[in-house]
Design a protein around this ligand. Structure first.
Ligand code: FAD
Length: 429
């Protein structure tokens, strides 16, 4: 379906109104014949792919970015905000430069459906936008019912804070206001989930706060897994920095989780009940709803892709990047989404304007903070294999590393934050 003039005027107006002259400039220079790319989602996947397609095609491709929020708050570094290392405002970024410098038509609205036959995306406002290629990067949705007793309402008591935005502020206030000597319970998610070391970094940052403000507090981790990312490094670091404050339990040793009793703030397992004074529940997750409803996902709710291009295995005109995609062996991370976006941008430009394409190369590093001047990391580089993305090299921090090395790793994490947010939004962190 093509847009009529009124609809286009409305859409262009929305972008121009909120973001300056992006739409006007693009349309005036190249007219209506440019191929059209629509990107759903303005996180590390979507913002990066939009920017790279616009930048490297030098205006030959018309790029529209759909993102409901005007300010994107990164999940990465939200743990540092909770631990008191960053101000909340410092992890928020706008899309202004993408519009004004790169001519991207940034539309602050939801994509509510995709018509794959007509190659259009319907917006919350009612308009349909046509595309030649659609890039889908909506991140994750939380499966509330994967934790018995938990719900959207329950997340006000035990916030998950696993998506961008204000729940991180709610969680921080729960941590800060927990009663003296109280118990914080953290329920971590089952695999696969976004940011494998993230729950354990969160525990480190909460422990860091307690160490200075509530030293008799306890943290109990209830984990549906038997092991987790960088486990020996976290366990060693917790002991060193926080003594006996943190207790980790695999739920398999407690006969599983029966339910979370929100009213009584209790976690009931097969063998024991854990009463919380504050807590965080991170349930299982799946790919963003827009991708699931467009039938781009498998039975588990993740979208299979072609490893060399990130093109959907279900639709040759759609690419899926970031957390929603099945990009195994890569973890679901902001670094990975940003890396996939660049290969995807190259493939999209090749498909639309026949620009040069090279074999895809991917990379990821996940840093985590244990305490001041103590950072650890795990990372790998990857190439496209026949049926999946395969690692070509790996690195991981080691137990017992020198203080100087940990300090260096800690500093790297800050450098990476500035670099990735610049790469996504072309703004200073
Ligand atoms: C606590 C925590 C710590 C983390 N730390 C790190 C870290 O240190 N390093 C790291 O690399 N990664 C980290 N991550 C993971 C990282 O945040 C995610 O992997 C990354 O954000 C995924 O990017 P994405 O673009 O796929 O999705 P998102 O960042 O979730 O972006 C998706 C965007 O799509 C938008 N959207 C969704 N649906 C629609 C729709 N229908 N229409 C329009 N827009 C839509 C959303 O509003 C959102 O802005 C962390 C995550 C958490 C929770």
């Amino acid at each position: 379906m093509s847009m009529n003039r009124r609809q286009f005027g409305k859409l262009a107006g929305a972008g121009a109104l909120s973001l300056g002259l992006g739409v006007v400039k693009g349309s005036a220079v190249f007219g209506a014949t440019r191929p059209k790319v629509v990107v759903i989602g303005g996180g590390p996947g979507g913002a990066t792919v939009a920017r790279y397609i616009a930048k490297d095609s030098k205006g030959k491709i018309e790029v529209t970015l759909l993102e409901p929020t005007k300010r994107y708050y990164t999940c990465f570094f939200s743990n540092l905000y909770i631990g008191g290392f960053r101000k909340y405002e410092s992890i928020g970024h706008t899309y202004k430069v993408l519009a004004t410098k790169y001519g991207i038509n940034v539309v602050h609205d939801w994509a509510i459906s995709i018509d794959r036959a007509k190659k259009t995306v319907r917006l919350g406002g009612g308009n349909d936008i046509p595309y030649d290629i659609l890039v889908v990067s909506p991140g994750i949705d939380i499966k509330y019912d994967s934790v018995p007793g938990y719900s959207v309402e329950g997340s006000r008591v035990f916030p998950h804070a696993w998506k961008s935005g204000t729940p991180a502020q709610l969680l921080k206030s729960r941590v800060i206001n927990m009663k003296e000597g109280g118990t914080f319970v953290m329920l971590t998610p089952p695999n696969p989930y976004r940011c494998p070391p993230g729950p354990y970094e969160r525990v480190s940052m909460i422990a860091h706060h307690f160490k200075y403000h509530n030293p008799k507090a306890k943290i109990i981790i209830l984990d549906p897994k038997e092991k987790f990312s960088k486990m020996p490094l976290f366990l060693e670091g917790w002991k060193r920095h926080y003594g006996d404050m943190i207790e980790w339990h695999s739920l398999s040793n407690l006969d599983g989780l029966n339910r979370v009793d929100i009213a009584n703030m209790t976690f009931e397992t097969g063998l024991d009940n854990f009463k919380a004074d504050a807590g965080c529940v991170v349930p299982a997750m799946h790919g963003g709803r827009i991708a699931r409803e467009a039938d781009l996902c498998n039975d588990q709710g993740w979208a299979p892709i072609v490893p060399g291009t990130m093109r959907s295995q279900k639709d040759p005109h759609i690419y899926v990047i970031g957390d929603t995609s099945v990009a195994a062996s890569m973890p679901k991370s902001g670094f990975a989404a940003n890396s996939q976006a660049k290969s995807c941008a190259m493939a999209v430009r090749h498909a639309l304007i026949n620009s040069r394409a090279f074999p895809a190369r991917y990379a990821n590093t996940c840093w985590s903070f244990l305490a001041i001047d103590d950072g650890i990391k795990v990372g790998a580089t990857y190439k496209a294999g026949k049926s999946k993305i395969v690692p070509t090299s790996k690195i991981i921090s080691k137990v017992g590393e020198s203080h100087e090395l940990r300090q260096k790793t800690y500093a790297e994490f800050f450098g990476w934050y500035n670099a990735i947010t610049k790469d996504m939004f072309d703004t200073k962190a």
